[in-house]
Design a binder for this molecule. Structure first.
Ligand SMILES: O=C(O)CCC(=O)C(=O)O
Length: 332
Protein backbone atom coordinates (compact mmCIF):
# COMPACT_ATOMS: atom_id res chain seq x y z
CA UNK A 1 0.00 0.00 0.00
CA UNK A 2 2.97 2.31 0.09
CA UNK A 3 4.40 3.75 -3.03
CA UNK A 4 7.79 2.16 -2.46
CA UNK A 5 8.03 -0.96 -0.34
CA UNK A 6 10.65 0.36 2.02
CA UNK A 7 9.71 4.04 1.93
CA UNK A 8 13.22 4.50 0.53
CA UNK A 9 12.15 7.56 -1.47
CA UNK A 10 12.23 9.55 1.77
CA UNK A 11 14.31 9.84 4.89
CA UNK A 12 13.08 7.11 7.24
CA UNK A 13 11.95 8.27 10.65
CA UNK A 14 10.22 6.38 13.43
CA UNK A 15 6.87 7.49 11.96
CA UNK A 16 7.70 6.03 8.54
CA UNK A 17 9.87 3.01 9.41
CA UNK A 18 7.91 -0.09 8.49
CA UNK A 19 10.85 -2.49 8.34
CA UNK A 20 9.96 -4.44 11.51
CA UNK A 21 7.63 -7.42 11.10
CA UNK A 22 4.04 -7.20 12.35
CA UNK A 23 3.96 -8.77 15.84
CA UNK A 24 0.20 -8.90 16.55
CA UNK A 25 -2.68 -10.79 14.96
CA UNK A 26 -4.64 -10.05 11.80
CA UNK A 27 -7.55 -8.38 13.63
CA UNK A 28 -5.12 -6.01 15.35
CA UNK A 29 -3.69 -5.28 11.91
CA UNK A 30 -7.13 -4.23 10.58
CA UNK A 31 -7.90 -2.16 13.71
CA UNK A 32 -4.62 -0.32 13.09
CA UNK A 33 -5.15 -0.06 9.38
CA UNK A 34 -8.59 1.58 9.41
CA UNK A 35 -7.27 4.07 11.97
CA UNK A 36 -5.15 5.48 9.11
CA UNK A 37 -8.25 6.68 7.20
CA UNK A 38 -9.41 10.27 7.15
CA UNK A 39 -13.11 10.50 8.17
CA UNK A 40 -15.74 13.22 8.47
CA UNK A 41 -16.39 14.26 12.02
CA UNK A 42 -20.17 14.02 11.65
CA UNK A 43 -21.47 10.48 11.47
CA UNK A 44 -25.25 10.98 11.11
CA UNK A 45 -28.13 8.51 11.46
CA UNK A 46 -27.86 5.04 9.94
CA UNK A 47 -29.82 4.21 6.78
CA UNK A 48 -31.91 1.02 6.64
CA UNK A 49 -31.02 -0.87 3.44
CA UNK A 50 -33.50 -2.81 1.27
CA UNK A 51 -34.40 -6.20 2.77
CA UNK A 52 -32.33 -9.09 1.42
CA UNK A 53 -34.21 -11.02 -1.30
CA UNK A 54 -36.01 -14.21 -0.45
CA UNK A 55 -34.29 -16.77 -2.70
CA UNK A 56 -33.82 -20.54 -2.56
CA UNK A 57 -30.62 -21.44 -0.73
CA UNK A 58 -28.59 -24.14 -2.54
CA UNK A 59 -27.16 -27.23 -0.82
CA UNK A 60 -23.40 -27.47 -0.21
CA UNK A 61 -23.07 -29.80 -3.22
CA UNK A 62 -24.97 -27.36 -5.42
CA UNK A 63 -22.60 -24.56 -4.39
CA UNK A 64 -19.58 -26.76 -5.14
CA UNK A 65 -20.86 -27.58 -8.64
CA UNK A 66 -21.87 -23.99 -9.35
CA UNK A 67 -18.45 -22.66 -8.41
CA UNK A 68 -16.67 -25.34 -10.43
CA UNK A 69 -18.25 -24.04 -13.65
CA UNK A 70 -16.02 -21.73 -15.74
CA UNK A 71 -16.99 -18.07 -16.24
CA UNK A 72 -16.71 -16.73 -19.74
CA UNK A 73 -14.50 -13.65 -19.91
CA UNK A 74 -14.34 -11.60 -23.10
CA UNK A 75 -11.09 -10.19 -24.49
CA UNK A 76 -12.48 -6.71 -23.78
CA UNK A 77 -12.89 -7.62 -20.10
CA UNK A 78 -9.34 -9.00 -19.89
CA UNK A 79 -7.98 -5.89 -21.62
CA UNK A 80 -10.02 -3.65 -19.29
CA UNK A 81 -8.40 -5.36 -16.28
CA UNK A 82 -4.88 -5.05 -17.77
CA UNK A 83 -5.38 -1.32 -18.38
CA UNK A 84 -7.29 -0.38 -15.26
CA UNK A 85 -6.17 -2.92 -12.66
CA UNK A 86 -9.69 -3.84 -11.63
CA UNK A 87 -12.92 -5.20 -13.02
CA UNK A 88 -16.40 -5.77 -11.60
CA UNK A 89 -18.12 -8.88 -12.97
CA UNK A 90 -21.82 -9.59 -12.53
CA UNK A 91 -23.37 -13.03 -11.88
CA UNK A 92 -20.14 -14.65 -10.70
CA UNK A 93 -22.21 -16.23 -7.89
CA UNK A 94 -25.93 -17.02 -7.96
CA UNK A 95 -28.12 -15.06 -5.47
CA UNK A 96 -28.60 -18.24 -3.40
CA UNK A 97 -24.85 -18.92 -3.24
CA UNK A 98 -24.25 -15.36 -1.97
CA UNK A 99 -26.90 -15.54 0.73
CA UNK A 100 -25.66 -18.96 1.84
CA UNK A 101 -22.17 -17.47 2.12
CA UNK A 102 -23.55 -14.56 4.17
CA UNK A 103 -25.29 -16.87 6.66
CA UNK A 104 -22.09 -18.89 7.12
CA UNK A 105 -19.89 -15.80 7.53
CA UNK A 106 -22.27 -14.32 10.10
CA UNK A 107 -22.12 -17.54 12.13
CA UNK A 108 -18.32 -17.52 12.01
CA UNK A 109 -18.14 -13.83 13.00
CA UNK A 110 -20.61 -14.36 15.87
CA UNK A 111 -18.53 -17.24 17.18
CA UNK A 112 -15.25 -15.35 16.99
CA UNK A 113 -16.31 -11.89 18.17
CA UNK A 114 -19.37 -12.71 20.24
CA UNK A 115 -21.42 -9.99 18.50
CA UNK A 116 -24.09 -10.20 15.84
CA UNK A 117 -22.44 -8.18 13.05
CA UNK A 118 -25.89 -7.03 11.90
CA UNK A 119 -27.12 -5.71 15.26
CA UNK A 120 -26.22 -2.22 16.40
CA UNK A 121 -23.55 0.19 15.28
CA UNK A 122 -20.26 -1.17 16.50
CA UNK A 123 -18.17 0.90 14.08
CA UNK A 124 -15.54 -1.81 13.80
CA UNK A 125 -13.86 -3.53 10.88
CA UNK A 126 -13.86 -7.24 11.75
CA UNK A 127 -11.66 -9.75 10.00
CA UNK A 128 -11.17 -13.50 9.97
CA UNK A 129 -8.70 -15.31 7.81
CA UNK A 130 -7.59 -18.86 6.97
CA UNK A 131 -11.08 -20.21 7.50
CA UNK A 132 -11.05 -22.58 4.51
CA UNK A 133 -8.73 -25.27 5.92
CA UNK A 134 -11.26 -26.12 8.66
CA UNK A 135 -14.56 -25.24 6.96
CA UNK A 136 -15.64 -27.36 3.96
CA UNK A 137 -18.31 -24.88 2.84
CA UNK A 138 -15.89 -21.93 2.82
CA UNK A 139 -13.40 -24.13 0.98
CA UNK A 140 -15.89 -24.32 -1.92
CA UNK A 141 -15.86 -20.52 -2.25
CA UNK A 142 -12.17 -19.94 -1.55
CA UNK A 143 -10.67 -22.73 -3.69
CA UNK A 144 -13.42 -22.25 -6.26
CA UNK A 145 -12.23 -23.20 -9.77
CA UNK A 146 -14.41 -20.36 -11.09
CA UNK A 147 -12.59 -17.68 -9.06
CA UNK A 148 -9.25 -19.34 -9.84
CA UNK A 149 -10.00 -19.42 -13.58
CA UNK A 150 -11.12 -15.77 -13.67
CA UNK A 151 -8.00 -14.74 -11.72
CA UNK A 152 -5.62 -16.71 -13.98
CA UNK A 153 -7.31 -15.36 -17.13
CA UNK A 154 -7.22 -11.75 -15.90
CA UNK A 155 -3.54 -12.04 -14.96
CA UNK A 156 -2.86 -13.95 -18.21
CA UNK A 157 -0.92 -16.64 -16.33
CA UNK A 158 -1.28 -20.42 -16.70
CA UNK A 159 -1.78 -21.24 -13.00
CA UNK A 160 -2.64 -19.49 -9.74
CA UNK A 161 -2.23 -20.39 -6.07
CA UNK A 162 -4.19 -19.14 -3.09
CA UNK A 163 -2.43 -16.62 -0.83
CA UNK A 164 -5.21 -16.40 1.72
CA UNK A 165 -8.91 -15.95 2.37
CA UNK A 166 -10.11 -12.94 4.35
CA UNK A 167 -13.60 -12.44 5.75
CA UNK A 168 -14.12 -8.69 6.04
CA UNK A 169 -17.07 -7.22 7.93
CA UNK A 170 -17.35 -3.45 7.93
CA UNK A 171 -19.93 -2.95 10.63
CA UNK A 172 -22.63 -0.28 10.61
CA UNK A 173 -21.10 3.13 11.12
CA UNK A 174 -17.51 1.93 10.54
CA UNK A 175 -15.49 4.63 8.75
CA UNK A 176 -13.50 4.65 5.53
CA UNK A 177 -10.93 2.14 4.35
CA UNK A 178 -7.82 4.24 3.63
CA UNK A 179 -6.49 4.63 0.09
CA UNK A 180 -3.91 1.94 -0.56
CA UNK A 181 -2.65 -0.66 -2.97
CA UNK A 182 -2.01 -4.25 -1.90
CA UNK A 183 1.55 -4.57 -3.13
CA UNK A 184 2.93 -4.36 0.40
CA UNK A 185 0.24 -6.38 2.06
CA UNK A 186 1.40 -9.43 0.19
CA UNK A 187 5.11 -10.14 0.59
CA UNK A 188 5.27 -11.66 -2.88
CA UNK A 189 8.00 -10.86 -5.33
CA UNK A 190 5.63 -10.58 -8.29
CA UNK A 191 2.95 -8.26 -9.61
CA UNK A 192 0.86 -11.19 -10.80
CA UNK A 193 -1.44 -10.98 -7.81
CA UNK A 194 -5.20 -10.44 -7.80
CA UNK A 195 -7.83 -10.24 -5.08
CA UNK A 196 -11.37 -11.46 -5.73
CA UNK A 197 -13.55 -9.33 -3.44
CA UNK A 198 -16.90 -11.11 -3.18
CA UNK A 199 -19.65 -9.19 -1.35
CA UNK A 200 -22.00 -11.35 0.73
CA UNK A 201 -24.98 -9.02 0.06
CA UNK A 202 -25.76 -6.26 -2.41
CA UNK A 203 -23.75 -3.10 -1.65
CA UNK A 204 -25.55 0.18 -2.30
CA UNK A 205 -23.44 3.34 -2.35
CA UNK A 206 -24.33 4.23 1.23
CA UNK A 207 -22.82 0.91 2.45
CA UNK A 208 -19.36 1.83 1.10
CA UNK A 209 -18.58 -0.39 -1.91
CA UNK A 210 -14.92 -1.09 -2.68
CA UNK A 211 -13.90 1.71 -5.09
CA UNK A 212 -11.04 1.76 -7.57
CA UNK A 213 -8.79 4.50 -8.96
CA UNK A 214 -7.85 3.96 -12.59
CA UNK A 215 -6.02 3.40 -14.88
CA UNK A 216 -3.63 0.97 -13.19
CA UNK A 217 -0.57 3.17 -13.48
CA UNK A 218 -1.99 5.97 -11.30
CA UNK A 219 0.01 4.28 -8.53
CA UNK A 220 3.05 6.03 -10.04
CA UNK A 221 1.74 9.51 -9.31
CA UNK A 222 1.51 8.81 -5.58
CA UNK A 223 5.06 7.43 -5.36
CA UNK A 224 6.18 10.59 -3.62
CA UNK A 225 3.59 10.29 -0.82
CA UNK A 226 5.34 8.78 2.17
CA UNK A 227 3.52 6.17 4.22
CA UNK A 228 3.05 7.04 7.88
CA UNK A 229 2.41 4.40 10.54
CA UNK A 230 0.04 6.58 12.53
CA UNK A 231 -2.41 9.31 11.65
CA UNK A 232 -4.22 9.93 8.41
CA UNK A 233 -1.45 11.71 6.52
CA UNK A 234 -0.91 9.01 3.90
CA UNK A 235 -4.61 8.59 3.10
CA UNK A 236 -5.03 12.37 2.88
CA UNK A 237 -1.88 12.73 0.78
CA UNK A 238 -3.03 10.12 -1.77
CA UNK A 239 -6.48 11.65 -1.91
CA UNK A 240 -5.07 15.14 -2.55
CA UNK A 241 -2.77 13.92 -5.34
CA UNK A 242 -5.65 12.06 -6.98
CA UNK A 243 -7.95 15.11 -6.80
CA UNK A 244 -5.26 17.43 -8.13
CA UNK A 245 -4.67 15.09 -11.07
CA UNK A 246 -8.40 14.43 -11.60
CA UNK A 247 -7.86 10.70 -11.30
CA UNK A 248 -10.99 8.71 -12.18
CA UNK A 249 -12.52 6.60 -9.40
CA UNK A 250 -15.07 3.84 -9.93
CA UNK A 251 -17.41 3.98 -6.92
CA UNK A 252 -20.50 2.04 -7.94
CA UNK A 253 -22.93 -0.31 -6.15
CA UNK A 254 -22.47 -4.09 -6.25
CA UNK A 255 -25.51 -6.16 -7.18
CA UNK A 256 -26.11 -9.56 -5.62
CA UNK A 257 -23.59 -12.02 -7.16
CA UNK A 258 -21.25 -9.34 -8.50
CA UNK A 259 -17.55 -9.78 -7.63
CA UNK A 260 -14.68 -7.35 -8.18
CA UNK A 261 -11.11 -8.34 -8.99
CA UNK A 262 -8.25 -5.95 -8.26
CA UNK A 263 -4.57 -6.11 -9.14
CA UNK A 264 -1.99 -5.59 -6.40
CA UNK A 265 -0.95 -2.25 -7.92
CA UNK A 266 -4.52 -0.90 -8.10
CA UNK A 267 -5.28 1.88 -5.64
CA UNK A 268 -8.58 1.37 -3.85
CA UNK A 269 -10.60 2.68 -0.93
CA UNK A 270 -14.13 2.38 0.49
CA UNK A 271 -16.43 4.88 2.14
CA UNK A 272 -18.01 4.67 5.56
CA UNK A 273 -20.82 2.14 6.00
CA UNK A 274 -23.77 4.46 6.58
CA UNK A 275 -26.29 1.60 6.74
CA UNK A 276 -27.60 -0.50 9.62
CA UNK A 277 -26.29 -3.70 7.96
CA UNK A 278 -22.71 -5.01 8.09
CA UNK A 279 -20.96 -4.86 4.74
CA UNK A 280 -19.58 -8.39 4.62
CA UNK A 281 -17.21 -9.61 1.90
CA UNK A 282 -14.98 -12.60 1.29
CA UNK A 283 -11.67 -11.42 -0.17
CA UNK A 284 -9.49 -14.18 -1.64
CA UNK A 285 -6.06 -13.40 -3.01
CA UNK A 286 -4.44 -15.50 -5.75
CA UNK A 287 -0.94 -15.27 -7.24
CA UNK A 288 1.00 -16.70 -10.15
CA UNK A 289 2.34 -20.16 -9.48
CA UNK A 290 6.14 -20.01 -9.14
CA UNK A 291 6.29 -16.60 -7.40
CA UNK A 292 8.70 -16.16 -4.48
CA UNK A 293 8.38 -14.46 -1.13
CA UNK A 294 10.28 -11.18 -1.17
CA UNK A 295 13.52 -10.93 0.75
CA UNK A 296 12.37 -8.45 3.38
CA UNK A 297 8.64 -8.46 4.22
CA UNK A 298 7.55 -5.44 6.30
CA UNK A 299 5.00 -4.81 9.05
CA UNK A 300 2.45 -3.95 6.36
CA UNK A 301 2.60 -7.60 5.27
CA UNK A 302 0.91 -8.41 8.60
CA UNK A 303 0.69 -11.99 9.80
CA UNK A 304 1.91 -13.46 6.45
CA UNK A 305 3.69 -16.50 7.90
CA UNK A 306 0.33 -17.81 9.02
CA UNK A 307 -0.67 -17.95 5.34
CA UNK A 308 2.53 -19.72 4.20
CA UNK A 309 3.80 -21.81 7.08
CA UNK A 310 7.54 -22.67 6.96
CA UNK A 311 8.10 -20.56 3.84
CA UNK A 312 11.04 -18.19 4.37
CA UNK A 313 11.84 -14.84 2.74
CA UNK A 314 13.29 -15.55 -0.72
CA UNK A 315 11.66 -19.02 -1.00
CA UNK A 316 9.24 -20.08 -3.71
CA UNK A 317 5.80 -19.36 -2.23
CA UNK A 318 4.47 -22.89 -1.86
CA UNK A 319 3.03 -24.58 1.21
CA UNK A 320 0.10 -26.95 1.80
CA UNK A 321 -1.96 -23.80 2.52
CA UNK A 322 -1.29 -22.37 -0.95
CA UNK A 323 -2.94 -24.89 -3.28
CA UNK A 324 -3.24 -24.35 -6.99
CA UNK A 325 -6.80 -23.13 -7.62
CA UNK A 326 -6.49 -23.10 -11.40
CA UNK A 327 -6.10 -25.23 -13.46
CA UNK A 328 -8.15 -27.75 -11.54
CA UNK A 329 -6.35 -30.86 -12.74
CA UNK A 330 -3.02 -29.67 -11.34
CA UNK A 331 -2.88 -30.94 -7.74
CA UNK A 332 0.73 -29.90 -6.95
O1 LIG B 1 -13.08 -4.25 2.38
C1 LIG B 1 -12.43 -3.20 2.39
O2 LIG B 1 -12.92 -2.10 2.71
C2 LIG B 1 -10.98 -3.22 1.98
C3 LIG B 1 -10.59 -4.48 1.32
C4 LIG B 1 -9.30 -4.39 0.61
O3 LIG B 1 -8.62 -3.39 0.62
C5 LIG B 1 -8.82 -5.55 -0.12
O4 LIG B 1 -9.46 -6.62 -0.08
O5 LIG B 1 -7.77 -5.43 -0.77
Amino acid sequence: MIASRDNSNSTTTDATDISKPWDKDNQAWWDWYVSLAENDVTEGALITPEPLPNVAIPSDDEVISELAEPYHLTNDEINFFSTNGFIKLKKVFSPGAVLKLRAELINLLKKEFDVDPDKGAYNRFLSLEMIWPKNPLLRAYVLSPRLGQISANLLKVPAVRLYHDNVLAKQSGCGRTPWHFDDHHFPLDTNDVVTAWAPAQPIPLEMGPLSFAYPLDVHKIVNAVTFEKTGTGYDRGVSEVFSRNQVAVNETPFELGEVSFHHNLNFHTASRNYTSRSRIALANTYYKDGARVMNAPTMVSGDWQKFMPNVKPGDVAISPLNPICWPINDKS
